[in-house]
Write a protein that binds this ligand. Structure first.
Ligand code: MRU
Length: 443
């Protein structure tokens, strides 16, 4: 289902990626995790951050698929945008007379990209949109289809920028000066085409002049929190502290945390949310300590075809991410490893879902559907975190605080992917054909 026009608290903003005035302050120039440049999709090779800001141009669909699989580009919305350009790359050289060849390559390309990362629903959402552009115009010529596909990929990119800006405003309205918020993984410019989801909230609040402090969990085993979130927050000048994932509970006891705000890779119809492994643990800890737990995500992350978290496929990644992170062998070779990249936070643990159209509250079956209607009935305007829905910050540690329905939501069986081994700090890979080139920083 296609959502209606984006209506954030301040309406659509074209400033999300440009570094102009937003909400009384200036958002610094964002980094472009993905953008279309010179007949190629240009990405930042995020495996090399924070050490190196290396950009790479993918000129073939296979380069794009490999970049997604190996986490050169990552984060659900950024994956969707990159894959959309990848679909175009897969058919942009088909001869004008070869309609059958075009349609065959389109389907093959969509299928190849769909296999890259199974949990992030923005991927399938973007691929379906790209397919529809062609299937919806069966009488078009090949050049017309090609033009439509590039336009659609650009539209997906632009819409993501607008959604990020709107999420930033909706979420920033929840925060007050002096608040400390905890987050997980990377949800910023590197994970989207815009300013981010949860991280757009932090940056927007900071730019609005609110004194906020972000506590970022490191996000093992790939360390998106340590490597990427801290790098971005440092660039934007947002005060932040990095903690080990295992320090989250004690940090909730020792510091006054106003809220935990995370991103999402897929939100089921009932509100169950898949996000980076460790999110579920944070949600339980937040509930046990009376801290509100929010998910920030665009409507493109909502999967109306998936009824609950049980049906969300969980990507299982290479064991080397755990045993040899950053090319350092920390576990004996040959040990058995489980490496699910995501977990599912059951909806009873989620106090609100911050979207481009405002903050959704339970029951999510109703409010998530309302997100796709116009006007959006049931979508609650942002309210300060100390409203009646905000939990007490006093320590309340009891397993029974986790609702029974939460304990009953068993994440789906992991899906084993043919993911190639990759080193986060490893040397730059170029495609076999040399079709990808490394371009200089800040291009
Ligand atoms: O494996 P990754 O790095 O792609 O996982 C990313 C996350 O889990 C993010 O929290 C999620 O995609 C939201 S990004 C705005």
């Amino acid at each position: 289902m296609t959502p209606p026009p984006i209506l954030g608290p301040k309406g659509p903003s074209s400033d999300a990626a440009s570094g102009r005035e937003i909400g009384g302050g200036v958002i610094p120039q964002k980094v472009h995790a993905v953008r279309w440049r010179g007949q190629a999709v240009e990405i930042i090779d995020q495996r090399r951050l924070p050490g190196r800001l290396a950009r790479r141009r993918c000129r073939r669909l296979e380069d794009v698929a490999e970049a997604i699989e190996t986490l050169q580009v990552r984060g659900a919305p950024a994956i969707g945008v990159t894959a959309a350009f990848g679909v175009y790359l897969g058919v942009c050289r088909v001869a004008a007379s070869d309609r059958a060849g075009f349609l065959r390559r389109l389907e093959q390309g969509v299928a190849r990209l769909r296999r890259t990362r199974p949990t992030a629903v923005n991927l399938g959402w973007a691929l379906d949109r790209m397919r529809r552009v062609v299937r919806g115009h069966p009488a078009d010529t090949v050049p017309a289809w090609q033009r439509r596909l590039l336009d659609e990929a650009r539209a997906i990119e632009a819409e993501d920028q607008q959604r990020c800006a709107a999420i930033g405003h909706a979420g920033a309205a929840l925060l007050r000066s002096g608040d400390t918020v905890m987050t997980h993984c990377n949800t910023g410019s590197l994970a989207t085409a815009g300013l981010g989801t949860a991280q757009a909230i932090f940056v927007t609040a900071h730019v609005q002049g609110k004194r906020i402090h972000v506590i970022a969990c490191e996000a093992r085993p790939v360390w998106q929190g340590a490597r990427l979130t801290m790098w971005e927050l440092q660039r934007y000048g947002v005060p932040a502290t990095l903690i080990c994932d295992t320090a989250a509970a004690s940090t909730m006891v020792r510091r006054r945390i106003a809220a935990v705000i995370v991103g999402a890779d897929r939100i089921a119809v009932n509100g169950d949310t898949a996000n980076k492994i460790g999110t579920y643990a944070l949600a339980i800890l937040a509930r046990a300590h009376g801290i509100p737990f929010y998910v920030a995500a665009p409507s493109s992350t909502v999967d109306l075809a998936t009824p609950s978290g049980r049906r969300i496929p969980i990507e299982e990644r290479s064991s080397s991410e755990v045993t040899a992170p950053c090319a350092l062998q920390i576990a004996p070779r040959g040990v058995r490893v489980a490496n699910p990249a995501f977990d599912v936070t059951p909806h009873p643990l989620i106090d609100g879902i911050i979207t481009e159209r405002g903050v959704l509250r339970p029951p999510y079956r109703r409010s998530l559907r309302a997100l796709f209607t116009f006007p959006a009935s049931g979508v609650v305007r942002p309210a300060p975190l100390d409203d009646p829905q905000r939990g007490s910050s006093s320590l309340r540690c009891s397993a029974s605080l986790v609702p029974r329905s939460a304990r009953d939501t068993v994440p789906a069986r992991p899906v084993q992917l043919p993911v190639r081994t990759t080193s986060l700090a490893g040397p730059q890979r170029t495609s076999d054909t040399g079709a990808s080139v490394e371009v200089n920083d800040e291009g």
